[in-house]
Every structure is written in C-alpha cells, then in structure tokens.
Design a protein around this ligand. Structure first.
Ligand code: G3H
Ligand code: 13P
Ligand code: ZN
Length: 331
C-alpha cells in the first residue's frame, strides 16, 4: 500500500520547524506505543494549541505494529479536530536505521523520518542519509539526520559512550545529504539514567545537579548553519517527584537523573526546533499505575489504572509545552 501523508491530514516538519527556529521555541517530539499515550499527547497539544511530532520508534513498531500505529495517527488527526481546532501533526519514524525501513514508513504515510546513521563512519552516514533524503523528497517527506553519538542505554537505542557533534562537520554533512533537520549530541542521552551520581555535583538540598549541556557546541553549530533546524534527543528531565511516587509505591528506580528543565528551555530558545521526550512519559504512566495498584488493590478494570495514567501523562505533556518548550499557541 502506498499513501501520501497529505491525504490523511498530516504535515511534514518543514514549516513547523522553520517557525520554531525563528520563534525561539521547540516542538515536542513525543513517542507513543499505545492508545492512552496517543490520547494524552493529542489532548495536551490540542488544549495548549501546540504542533506536535508523533514519534514511532523501532521498539514501538515491534510492540504495537507499524501499520496499526500509522492508522492510529490518522485517527489522531480527526480526534484533534473533534476536541479542538485541529493542530499540525507530523508522523515521524524515530531512529530509523536502514533505507528500507525509512522507505516502508514513507510508503505507509509517514510525513517525516529519521535516518540515524550516527553509529556509522562519517562517509557512510552521508551516503545512507543522502539515499533516504533522495527518496523522501520525491514525496515531500522531511528527513532528520544525526551527527554525533548520544550516551545512554535504552531498549532499542543504545550507545555506550557519547561523542559530541563536531561543529566543523555539520555544514558539509547538510550540504552533501540535503537533510531537513539535524540531531546533535551536546550532552543529552536516552533513558532515565542520563548521568551517574559521580558525574554530578550536589546542591545545598543534597540534590544531584548534572553537568550543563554543551551550549558552546550548539552555538558553533548555529553559526555554521544559520536558521537550520536542530533537534535534541534524550531530553527527558526525569522529575524527582514522579520517581518518588514510583519508589513509594513499590518501584525501584535508582540514581535516575535527567536534563534540568531550564537547560532545555535555554536550548528551545535557540535553533533547537524539536525536543524528544519519551522516558518522562513512561515514568509518569508507571507512577500513576503503581499508585492505583497500591492504594486500590481491588481494581482490575484496566480503565481504572490506564485512565489515571493517561491523565498524568497529559498534565506532564502540557507542562512541558507551556513551561519548557514554549510551543503553546503556535499551532
Ligand atoms: O529514542 C528512544 C525512544 O525513547 C524509543 O525507545 O525503542 O524503547 O521505544 P524504544
Ligand atoms: P528520552 O529517553 O530522554 O525521553 O529521549 C527520547 C528520545 O530521544 C526519543 O528519540
Ligand atoms: Zn532518540
């Protein structure tokens, strides 16, 4: 089956990113694997009038099926019109690793794909990214590439050690690949354990304060690519209050440290036009479900625990949009 995303009411990322770069805010890149996550995303973005990039990872494709998720995104377009005025929604493949995978998503109706060639040598990354761009652009689908490697370990996205993006490479990479946006590595990483306690300093309250992001690299990248769309992955903040609810209700999440919100706010004001957040949503859902299980052991209707999980998720997403990304009222 081949369908163009425009027929189902999705948008590519060109215009929404250009406005975000110029407007000093960032659009949320929110991942989804199931209906409650998707509902929470659409409700939060509709209520705050924010554009959104709906992201489907390899893990999501394995868990929920790529075709089913794509039809859910089509449903989300209609749902956003039903509960609000409709918002710009891009459907994006997160961390695509082969040309074939990117092509299959484009053919299925995705409006945007990431080809993550960051684990390959530079020249191979260029070759692979260029091939995906050439195919995608025939259908007006936008492509995100990546230069530099993020640290951290997560189900499907793993990299032992980070390598910051080398600013001297970005211009050449963008020129040779014709990519539409670029994910860079400036100190963020995937998952809930982004830093070890040893990497952090302690403030007066005894909280761990992680090292700041490499804003010098970001600045240098912006200088070399004026007005170009930059993306940050691995940008969950791992809220302490949410981790506490998990641990107070039978969970065991240790040494979880994320990116402080003020760092992300600063990044959003720059050329960073999309910020990826997945782990914080996982934590929020887990906290809400654990609380119900702990406080109401008699509950066995999934709606009685997935409903509160969806509500917590929605509040978290609204908070990010309004207080961190600044994408409210930009739809
Ligand atoms: O970038 C990573 C996302 O959080 C997705 O992870 O492949 O486990 O769904 P996943
Ligand atoms: P987090 O694990 O920090 O939420 O990052 C998600 C991400 O980058 C998805 O691509
Ligand atoms: Zn990522």
């Amino acid at each position: 089956m081949t369908v163009n995303y425009k027929e189902i009411g999705l948008v590519n990322t060109k215009e929404i990113y250009a406005k975000a770069v110029g407007g000093g805010y960032a659009i949320p890149g929110y991942n989804f694997n199931n209906m409650e996550q998707l509902q929470a995303i659409i409700m939060a973005c509709s209520e705050t009038k924010s554009p959104v990039v709906l992201q489907i990872s390899s893990g999501a494709r394995k868990y929920a099926n790529q075709t089913l998720l794509r039809y859910m995104a089509e449903g989300a377009v209609e749902y956003s019109k039903e509960i609000g005025d409709g918002i710009p929604i891009a459907l994006h493949l997160d961390h695509g690793d082969t040309f074939e995978l990117c092509k299959s998503c484009i053919d299925l109706g995705f409006s945007s794909v990431m080809i993550d060639g960051s684990s390959h040598p530079y020249d191979e990354n260029i070759k692979l990214t260029k091939r995906v761009v050439e195919y995608a652009h025939q259908y007006d689908v936008t492509v995100e590439g990546e230069l530099g490697v993020l640290a951290g370990i997560e189900d499907e996205v793993a990299a032992g050690k980070s390598t910051y993006t080398r600013p001297e490479e970005v211009q050449d990479f963008v020129e040779k690949t014709n990519v539409d946006s670029l994910a860079i590595s400036i100190g963020t990483s995937h998952g809930a354990n982004k830093f070890t306690p040893e990497q952090c300093r302690k403030n007066e309250a005894g909280e761990y304060i992680p090292p700041p992001l490499k804003f010098d690299i970001l600045k240098e990248v912006e200088k070399r690519l004026p007005g170009f769309a930059i993306v940050l992955h691995g940008s969950s903040s791992v809220p302490k209050d949410i981790v506490k609810i998990i641990n107070d209700n039978g969970g065991d999440i240790k040494d979880a440290i994320g990116i402080p919100e003020e760092q992300l706010r600063k990044a959003a004001e720059s050329a960073v036009c999309k910020i990826n957040i997945d782990s914080d949503g996982r934590l929020a859902m887990t906290a809400a479900v654990r609380k119900v299980f702990n406080e109401k052991p008699e509950v066995f209707d999934p709606r009685k625990y997935l409903g509160p999980a969806r509500e917590s998720l929605k509040e978290l997403y609204k908070h990010k949009i309004t207080n961190v990304l600044g994408s409210n009222n930009k739809a």
